[in-house]
Design a protein around this ligand. Structure first.
Ligand code: PBG
Length: 353
């Protein structure tokens, strides 16, 4: 055989493309690959979001196959099981009955409410876990917003405004209520300006100096939250004076530099961790915050991302285990320390295999 014109032949007569550097040498065996591997992800990196409601049975969530709205007892079982697999962090999202919702969302600081009651039960039964709670008004809002909606029509598009400082006062009440119940980490997901500092001060004034704040620093106005809003029935309401989207407080997906402004504020206001949300379409933002701040970074692998992977897996279009573990690893590579994912339970099973 004559070699292809332009290619060389070595002294043995075999085709030879002369080059000294051959990166494949570092990939030649699993032993070599594991020697040079830069990142890994384990159950200790996962934060498991759980939906809870007041019913005493579980309900499936159509757009999130494999996830459920749990009864309180079922949350206890789910936490026990995931904890036995090495997952130590859990974040709770409540579906609140319609009759308890209002524009000012006062149910969010009811000490006998679903979340505080569940937090204290969890902390009592599983001393080794951290319980995270979401700080925002939307599960409790009859407008489907993270803040209080003004009754005027001076907001975007002639709708009501989302009142920043009035909302913060409610968030402070909610935070102190959650801290009293035993929450370890508060996650303000509302995107009001200045809420991290105000919550920090409210917590400290009550002696909760050890309660952490993982701020949703760069939370984008994203279509990928759709299934979550189905799960909690928390989407902005059609009939109200409320805007039909959250664009006056959540960030514009077109922007990246704005995330640095948010991060700088959160650092100054005393946040302990900075979160980026959604996850996979926003890996560049995770890296940006990792390189420009010194706090740990959390990433939220959100409901729509879960739904996409699940749908492809259920159709046999993706190998679920390989694709999910790859996605989680890529969060670490991009710079995330903690990953909030609905796959936590399943991923921990796979990671333990
Ligand atoms: C609301 C909140 C949302 C999510 C977490 N907290 C939705 C929203 O902003 O409308 C979304 C999480 C997900 O999609 O998995 N405070």
């Amino acid at each position: 055989r004559t070699p292809v014109p332009g290619l060389t032949v070595n002294s043995d007569g075999n085709v030879w493309v002369p080059q000294r550097a051959r990166p494949r040498r570092n990939r030649k065996t699993e032993g070599m690959r594991s020697l040079v591997r830069e990142n890994s992800v384990g159950p200790q990196n996962l934060v498991y979001p759980l939906f809870v409601h007041t019913k005493d049975y579980n309900e499936e969530i159509e757009s999130m196959p494999g996830c459920e709205r749990h009864s309180v007892d079922s949350v206890m079982n789910e936490v026990k099981f995931a904890h036995s697999l090495g997952v130590n962090q859990f974040i709770l999202f409540p579906k609140i009955p319609e009759e308890l919702k209002s524009n000012t969302a006062d149910e969010c600081y009811n000490p006998d409410g679903l979340v505080p009651q569940l937090v204290s039960r969890l902390k009592h039964s599983f001393p080794g876990i951290s319980v995270w709670t979401d700080v925002a008004l939307d599960p409790y809002s009859d407008q489907g917003h993270d803040g209080i909606v003004s009754s005027d029509n001076r907001g975007d598009g002639g709708k009501g405004r989302i009142l920043n400082d009035e909302t913060i006062e409610q968030l402070c009440r909610q935070s102190v209520c959650q801290a009293r119940a035993g929450s370890d980490v508060l996650g303000p997901s509302d995107m009001m300006d200045g809420r991290v500092g105000a919550i920090r001060d409210a917590l400290d004034a009550e002696g909760f100096t050890d309660v952490s704040i993982c701020s949703y620093t760069a939370k984008y106005a994203s279509a990928f939250y759709g299934p979550f809003r189905d799960a909690l029935d928390s989407a902005p309401r059609e009939s109200s004076n409320a805007p039909q989207n959250k664009k006056t407080y959540q960030m514009d997906p077109a922007n990246s530099r704005e995330s640095l402004v948010e991060a700088a504020n959160d650092v100054l206001e005393g946040a302990d961790m900075l979160m980026v949300k959604p996850g996979m379409p926003y890996l560049d933002i995770i890296r940006l915050l990792k390189d420009n701040t010194d706090l740990p970074i959390a990433a939220y692998h959100v409901s729509g991302e879960y739904a996409m992977l699940k749908a492809a897996a259920m159709n046999g279009w993706l190998d679920e285990k390989t694709a999910v573990l790859e996605a989680l690893l890529c969060f670490k590579r991009a710079g995330a320390d903690a990953i909030l994912t609905y796959y936590s339970r399943q991923a921990a099973i796979w990671m333990n295999e």
